[in-house]
Design a protein. Structure first.
Length: 137
């Protein structure tokens, strides 16, 4: 599938909604950052053509966004290209053009991973609270 970034966004959005998920599409890194600031986001689907690498780095630098699962849609010619994405914090890379089954599988993996991350974070907070609580004698 050859597509412009807008066509790709629209296709991904329609398919994501058909799978029962909510999605918000944006056309720039700045708009994405504003959206991340204002909304609860669990999964980010990034396109390398729209500053995805920059956005992935920014997501991974922010402590409040560490739970976000990052799926990248990229033209990956060699293993080194995929390694670059994983090095900046991507959780999954799909090669463009990508198969919608592969996208569905990536989303399913993302949903499970986010649930595990949230559970782990909540468990750590509880353990920290217990450690910080005064011991009664």
């Amino acid at each position: 599938m050859a597509a412009t970034p807008r066509q790709l966004r629209e296709t991904v959005a329609v398919f994501t909604r058909l799978l029962g998920h909510r999605i918000r599409t944006v056309a720039s890194v700045q708009t994405a950052l504003t959206t991340l600031e204002r909304m609860a986001v669990d999964i980010a689907v990034l396109d390398e053509d729209v500053g995805g690498l920059t956005l992935c780095r920014r997501i991974r630098r922010r402590a409040a966004w560490q739970h976000i699962y990052v799926v990248v849609l990229a033209l990956i010619a060699m293993d080194a290209d995929a390694k670059r994405w994983y090095a900046v914090g991507a959780d999954a890379c799909l090669h463009k053009p990508f198969d919608l089954r592969a996208y569905r599988q990536a989303l399913e993996a993302a949903v499970l991973a986010v649930a595990r991350r949230r559970h782990y974070t909540a468990s750590r907070r509880l353990a920290t609270a217990r450690l910080a609580a005064p011991v009664k004698s």
